[in-house]
Write a protein that binds this ligand. Sequence first.
Ligand code: NAD
Length: 504
Amino acid sequence: MKYERQQLFIAGKRHSTSETFLSVDPSCNKPLAEICKADKPAVHAAVEAGKRAFPSWSATPPISRSRILLRAVALLRQRNDDLARIETHDTGKPFSETSTVDIATGADVLEYYANLIASGGLNGETTHLRPDAWVYTTKAPLGVCAGIGAWNYPIQIALWKSAPCLAAGNCMVYKPSEFTPLHALQLAELYAEAGLPPGVFNVVQGAGDVGALLTSHPGIAKVSFTGQVSTGSKVASAAAAGMKYVTMELGGKSPCLILPDADLDSAVDGAMMANFFSTGQVCTNGTRVFVPESMLPAFETRLLAKMRHIRAGDLMDPATNFGPLVSRVHRDKVLAYIRHGLETDGATLLSGGPSPPPPTPGVNPAGFWVRPTIFTNCTDGMRIVREEIFGPVMCLLPYSTTTTRTTTSYLDALIARANDTSMGLAAGVFTKDLDLAHKVVARLEAGITWVNTWGESPAEMAVGGWKMSGLGVENGRRGLEGWVRNKSTLVEMGGSVGTVFAKL
Ligand code: NAD
């Protein structure tokens, strides 16, 4: 095995359990490490450790919490490449990506919240109600919170959850996806090295059953979940039974609108980033690419030319920008969608398809590699257009730019099609007409939108889904609000209590 046995992390110490599972390298289907699976007593011990740490951590002045978190930021940046190598082994993402995105965007968010709390981000409001009365509000942390992660951005998700959680004075029990467990112990020990007291950040490992133990544990005040819509519904229902706070960061089927005046090259670049970055395993992917009928031939030609720049290969080679899918089960799911697109939906295959990728230096055929795939002339009812595939599969949807009798303009019809989904995570528009861009964005039913770009998600930008894509946001100033509860206090200074019972 490439890595030592991965233990849990509870109350500042490694914690062993007897049952284990394996983490597998997706690039070659070889085991990477044995992982201790949390049993019920271990989950309970992690929550109890959080409860013991909470009084002192929540009472630590924000500026002191901030200093500890900033030390963790420095350590993350110092160890960027080591952590990125682990993420590459665990997820199958090229090192060119993990070393520039995964740890960096996680550290940025930790830095953002550390600075925010040090500069008054947890202050409340004061309202002068009348000359002799005022109202003030204070923010209090929630308690011990659960963070449950997906496998596509493991350490980034762990940081996007733990950063505002810990900054606000909460403690966390974090469970990574069972497919990508390797970052968790590293992060827990890095936090400890930065000075985080024992019990403030705990790690349990395992699959959905361990997640469910956490969600239903009475000692958990909040569940912050990232994953599929179907799992999110279950987790939110379980949390609702205990009246727990939730943040739900779920899946999408986001529309990417290419307007007729768009710059062709930028639009094609945007569509490619929105479908093939991270081998298509990005929640905000713009998988429904709407292209004007008149532009479609040129769009396809440009797209096919640029597909040559997708390079599968040795994941540590800086030139490699396309890796395998994360697991065998996920590879099989993505291939089933591609076959469905061809055989049942009757979509036109422009590139890729379900057959194994051609022999390529650095690509081990035992890994979970697939071809980047484009379907064209898709229609809205196709299953590949309606359901989240979460792989490198782009659907081109042509639209007419002539006004019909039933619509006031082609834009109304286009926007109605873009919004015709139960999900609402992201959306984007490509056009040179910025007035029009803002008008279109205002009508798109999605929590994250882009104009003439796709995918950037900086620490300052609050992100979260509409409709079935989620509840609440992560990042930005608003991201802190999900980790506190507010108290309002009315103070009367007039010297007497307003009462209806004072006189006979
Ligand atoms: P998943 O729903 O299968 O699993 C997510 C996590 O939930 C895992 O840790 C899993 O062990 C746990 N889990 C499973 N059943 C559970 C239960 N009953 N109770 C508690 N926890 C349970 O998702 P996945 O396949 O790991 O991740 C891919 C999905 O995540 C995609 O749909 C993607 O769009 C979404 N995602 C969303 C965002 C976002 O910010 N909106 C970001 C990344 C990924």
